[in-house]
Design a protein around this ligand. Sequence first.
Ligand SMILES: Cc1cc2nc3c(=O)[nH]c(=O)nc-3n(C[C@H](O)[C@H](O)[C@H](O)COP(=O)(O)OP(=O)(O)OC[C@H]3O[C@@H](n4cnc5c(N)ncnc54)[C@H](O)[C@@H]3O)c2cc1C
Length: 393
Amino acid sequence: MSEILTNRSGETITREDEQQLLDGVQRWLDREVADKVLALEHADEYPHEMVAQMKELGLFGATIGQEYGGLGLPAGTYAKIVTAVSEVWMSLSGIFNSHLIMSAAVERFGTEAQKHHYLPRFATGEIRGALALTEPNCGTDLQAIRTRAVRDGDDYVINGTKTWISNGIEGNCVALLVKTDLEAQPRHKGTSLFIAEKGPGFTVGRKLEKLGYKGIDSAELVFEDYRIPADRLIGGAEGSGFRHAVGGLELGRINVAARGVGIANASLKAATAYSQVRETMGKPICQHQAIQLKLGDMATRCEASRLLVEAAAKAYDRGERCDMEAGMAKLFSSESALENATECLRIHGAYGYSKEFHVERYYRDAPLMCIGEGTNEMQRIIIARQLIERNPA
Ligand SMILES: Cc1cc2nc3c(=O)[nH]c(=O)nc-3n(C[C@H](O)[C@H](O)[C@H](O)COP(=O)(O)OP(=O)(O)OC[C@H]3O[C@@H](n4cnc5c(N)ncnc54)[C@H](O)[C@@H]3O)c2cc1C
């Protein structure tokens, strides 16, 4: 009998179902994505056709509960999909990841009315969204945000600016973190999270130019007297925005970790293949010990990263607090992606520096894994705090 895999809400799929799903995603990547990546990447062009195909594959509902029309996948299965996608083009995973973190915030903390209205639309990709937390003055210290929501009858009126918002242009909805009480202590009790759909007063300031992570839009969003009905406040009560936003980041960190595994794997595969065909001093470079040392370290980093992601996803699926596990996976696999991408570029010599190959993209994409969903400096601090809390002297 096939092994049963269970998600955080108790929904199940079999190992066979998982394999079928992964095979389907891999076929799509091989047939529809792989050959088109270089052109889209260098034109920094949004992959509309692939987004339509991702809707058909159900990826916008990957972790949304089956009762709302999603696939209800366990985090472990989801992480494998993200790794497979990121091995081919990391940018694509960003298009459904922040959408799914927004969805997770609604599913975990939303009112029944919010869940029934939004989750089926999120699951099909009819409404696609993003997580709007970061502001020009703060990213790590989210309690310092300045975007303000003021109650006015049955509405709130929002003013402020968000920046670096993935899917900010192509998406039509964001989970928007605001201040509803400037005086609250501790500061996070003055924050609230809204489901904010685009409309009058909610505009895209500008598209941001980046080192990597091309194709997907990163934008500045401006809110000027943006009026939003009070029933869009997630959970219905003010003061829990920070908790709701950070609650979704555990899944977000597992996702970034899985993306790191994808980049690390892609770098290893490219280096392993190239080192067998490139010859110097009369033999393939893989026969030089200096190259073998690199390949050995790269392969070990891939396997260790994969196992850390698997452990974090299992803890998440069991419904356990897993900020330490997710933090370890995110820290190690993102640093592994960066190291593997660098070594892959070195092994390719001048070809690693060429825009005609994928290798330079791994090198540009990897650093983002160390910054997004909480910088690696913060992950180390989170891990240490949890370590101490779980092991009192
Ligand atoms: C391509 C891209 C896409 C993004 N997508 C999104 C998105 O969709 N939604 C969103 O809300 N945000 C998004 N972000 C923003 C991202 O989450 C932030 O950049 C990140 O949280 C870091 O914040 P910051 O850039 O303001 O750095 P800062 O917070 O200013 O940190 C600067 C440096 O100081 C360190 N540091 C800060 N505080 C401490 C501390 N207490 N102890 C030790 N070190 C510290 C940091 O680790 C970092 O090295 C995106 C960013 C990029 C580049």
